[in-house]
Each structure stands twice: as structure tokens, then as C-alpha cells.
Design a protein around this ligand. Structure first.
Ligand SMILES: Cc1cc2nc3c(=O)[nH]c(=O)nc-3n(C[C@H](O)[C@H](O)[C@H](O)COP(=O)(O)OP(=O)(O)OC[C@H]3O[C@@H](n4cnc5c(N)ncnc54)[C@H](O)[C@@H]3O)c2cc1C
Length: 385
């Protein structure tokens, strides 16, 4: 498909954020939308490399509200878009092994209950009897929400891209955005490797590369890429079908069922920012040692696949969403810091509302604007894994 000469809105980036935004813009009647992705396929960067976790258990009101808006959109996804997304409400279990975490989680669960998210407490013995395949002697307590779970990131991206195309959106791959044309502080157009086009509105949905789009517009977007990696084991026949998404909170270590196998990840808190997406084999050894200590039967499993991807990290681990003061016509949907996949459906909808109606209607997102950092009003989040 040829690059059009003009568009009402150009969306840069074809991961979950760009795909959801393009779809929701078209659904609200904005048809002349162009989505540009530089890779040969959509959804192959952070979105395609993510663990697929979806949860209501968060530590700040805005994240709980985003989940309350987003997860029901995933519940209705197949009906709305005709695309299967392998949705599983297998629950998230946060294992707590330190007294200081229990205090913080008590406050989080109280906040969740206030918003109708009925997370439960399980005592250590209950957790041990529920998960006989894990070694959990040091677990003091755990939080459990059976409505949390998993969904297929590729299905979600494909569903939104196909839905957007049916509504008239042009979605192009192999089209890298290389520059932004500004006039008197406003967006006027976009430069790509295939040529230039005019547009009054640009959406930065470039994920871990968000700050590069900021540089093209002449200001700083404080989003840094940070490598995170995952391994999937060979099949484990003993694995129960209802094995939940388990997070060992103190160790930043997680496990969930991936078909007949286990998918596991562990965040290296010393990982420096950067675009390197090679698997770090040294860190993998640290990760596997911790994983086998928690789940001894992993010692008998092989590794069927492994990969690294990039978190797109903001200074307060919360999204940067909405218009900016610096450039008229530029909108950001960036900085999701490790949990963007699950909030992509809601955030695409909210940004489409802000662009077309002047403000988001389903949820007040003014606290998520970029200018919160200049105003010294960051949001504090605890449950970052
Ligand atoms: C290992 C790992 C595990 C994760 N686990 C979870 C999880 O369990 N649950 C959860 O909710 N989230 C998880 N996340 C986070 C989640 O993946 C991200 O927050 C989310 O996918 C971000 O989506 P995005 O569309 O902003 O970014 P991306 O999916 O990276 O999409 C951005 C796109 O922009 C394109 N692009 C960049 N620059 C340009 C340009 N100049 N021109 C054209 N195109 C451009 C890129 O090629 C890319 O396709 C995880 C992330 C990782 C790395």
C-alpha cells in the first residue's frame, strides 16, 4: 500500500498501544487514520515479547481504575472484534515473604476493595496446600484475585489491526517514521522512509522508542528502555490445568502456565537502560537458580524458548498519556513500565476520546499527563514486577 499524502491522525507504532488507539479512533468515527509500523509485522516488540499477564491487583487508584476499564474490554474482545485472544482467568497470586511487604499490600488491598476489586488474603498454609509443586516454606501470606489472568498479546494486536482496517484505517508495516514537521509549535506532517505526508495530529505509540519521537519534536519524553527476559520450559506433565500466575514479590520472580509448560521471568533490578535485546545468559543463571529453588521440578525440565524484550519505563512507573504542552497536535501513550499490555485496550480508548472530544470521558486522565513531572506531581506505584 502506498503512503497517503495526508491523514487526519498518524499513529506511530503498531504494538498494542498504536493498534488500540487506531481502532478506537475509527470506532468513534475518525476514518482517515494512518498507523505506521517500521517492522515487517505488527506487535513484535514489547507487546509480542510480553508475558500476557492481566490483573486488577495494583497499588494506586489510577492503575486500579485503568484495569477496571481495560480488563472488561478484553472479556468482550472476541465478541467485539471476532478474534480469539486465549483469555484465561487463572488468577494472580502474589507471594509475600517479608513483613514490610505485608504492610504495604494491606494498604493496597484496602484500596482495591474500595474500588470493588475483591482481592483475597490467603495464609501461608493455604498457599502451600494449593501449590504442592512449589517450595513455599518462607511464604508468610499471599494475595489472590481469581479475576486476574492471562491473554494472548498477538491476538489482541491482530484483533485491533483487523478491526481498524475494517473501519477504514490504513495500517502500514515497513514504514519507519524519521522526522516530524512542525510549524509554529504545531504538528504539520511526518517524514518517513517512504516519503512525507501532512497531518495535524500525531500519536506517539512507539513503546520503548518513545523518547526518539520526542527528540524529533524537539523535547524530552522521559521514557527509557530496560531489558527484561523470559524463558519457557519443555512440557511439565504434572502441571495442573488451573496453575495461577504466581509472583514471588520479594524476588521479582514470576511463573505461569504456557500451554503444557511453565513461562518464567525475573527482573534484574540492576539492568541498565538500553536497547540491547540479547538474552543475558549470566542473569539467566541467577533467574533459573531462583526459579528452581521455588519450583524444584524445573530441574528436570528443558528450555524450549527464551527471549528478551524492553520495558518502556517512566520516572514514576506510570503511563504518560494525553496531549502535551510543548507541541500542539502531539499525543503520548507511553511509559507503561511493565504492565502496558493489559492497559492497552483502555488507554487506546481514552486517548481516542481525548483526541476527538477534547478530553477522555471514560476516566479522568489528567494526572497522567507529561506535565506532572514538571509540576513535581509523580504517582507512586509499588507493585512493579
Ligand atoms: C519481557 C516482558 C514482559 C512483560 N509482561 C507483561 C505482562 O505480563 N503484562 C502486561 O500488561 N505488560 C507486560 N509487559 C509490558 C508490555 O509488553 C508493554 O507495556 C506494552 O506492550 C507496550 O506496548 P507499546 O505498543 O507501547 O510498545 P511496543 O509493543 O513496543 O510497540 C511500539 C512499536 O513502535 C514501533 N516503532 C518504534 N519507533 C518507530 C518509528 N520511528 N517508526 C515506526 N514505528 C516505530 C516499534 O517497532 C514497535 O512495534 C512486558 C514487557 C516485557 C518486555
Amino acid at each position: 500500500m502506498e503512503l497517503p499524502r495526508t491523514a487526519d491522525v498518524v499513529v506511530v507504532g503498531g504494538g498494542v498501544m498504536g493498534a488500540s488507539t487506531a481502532y478506537h479512533l475509527a470506532l468513534k468515527g475518525c476514518k482517515n487514520v494512518l498507523l505506521l509500523e517500521r517492522n515487517p509485522l505488527f506487535g513484535q516488540e514489547a507487546t509480542g515479547k510480553c508475558a500476557g499477564g492481566i490483573r486488577y491487583q495494583f497499588a494506586t487508584e489510577i492503575n486500579i481504575r485503568l484495569s477496571l476499564l481495560s480488563l472488561p474490554l478484553l472479556d468482550r474482545f472476541e465478541e467485539e472484534l471476532g478474534q480469539a485472544i486465549d483469555l484465561r482467568h487463572c488468577g494472580y497470586l502474589f507471594l509475600l515473604t517479608r513483613e514490610e511487604d505485608i504492610k504495604t499490600f494491606k494498604a493496597n488491598v484496602t484500596l482495591q476493595h474500595r474500588h470493588g476489586v475483591m482481592t483475597e488474603w490467603l495464609d501461608g498454609d493455604t498457599v502451600r496446600s494449593r501449590l504442592p509443586l512449589m517450595r513455599l516454606d518462607d511464604v508468610l501470606t499471599a494475595t489472590w484475585n481469581p479475576r486476574d489472568g492471562l491473554a494472548d498479546p498477538n491476538g489482541v494486536v491482530q484483533g485491533y489491526i483487523s478491526g481498524a482496517r475494517r473501519l477504514g484505517v490504513k495500517c502500514l508495516t515497513d514504514t519507519e517514521v524519521t522526522g516530524i514537521v512542525l510549524e509554529n509549535g504545531r504538528i504539520r506532517g511526518v517524514k518517513t522512509r517512504k516519503g512525507e505526508l501532512g497531518t495535524p495530529i500525531l500519536v506517539n505509540a512507539a513503546g520503548p522508542w518513545a523518547s526518539q519521537i520526542g527528540e524529533m519534536a524537539g523535547f524530552e519524553i522521559p521514557v527509557v528502555p530496560v531489558r527484561r527476559q523470559i524463558a519457557v520450559t519443555t512440557p511439565i506433565p504434572q502441571l495442573p490445568i488451573d496453575f495461577p500466575f504466581v509472583i514471588d514479590f520479594a524476588k521479582n520472580l514470576y511463573f505461569h502456565r504456557e500451554g503444557p509448560a511453565i513461562l518464567t521471568g525475573m527482573s534484574n533490578t540492576d539492568e541498565p537502560p538500553g536497547f540491547n535485546q540479547q538474552v543475558d545468559r549470566e542473569w539467566e543463571l541467577v533467574h533459573f537458580e531462583a526459579a528452581m529453588a521455588r519450583m524444584p521440578l524445573l530441574e528436570n525440565a528443558g528450555v524450549s524458548s527464551r527471549w528478551a524484550g524492553l520495558y518502556e519505563v517512566s520516572p514514576d512507573a506510570h503511563p504518560i498519556l494525553g496531549r502535551v504542552d510543548e507541541v500542539e497536535g502531539l499525543y503520548l501513550i507511553n511509559g507503561f513500565s511493565g504492565h502496558g499490555f493489559m492497559h492497552g485496550p483502555a488507554c487506546g480508548l481514552l486517548l481516542a476520546e481525548e483526541i476527538l472530544d477534547g478530553q477522555a470521558r471514560a476516566l479522568d486522565i489528567t494526572s497522567l499527563r507529561l506535565n506532572r513531572f514538571r509540576k513535581g506531581q509523580p504517582i507512586l506505584e509499588y507493585n512493579v514486577v
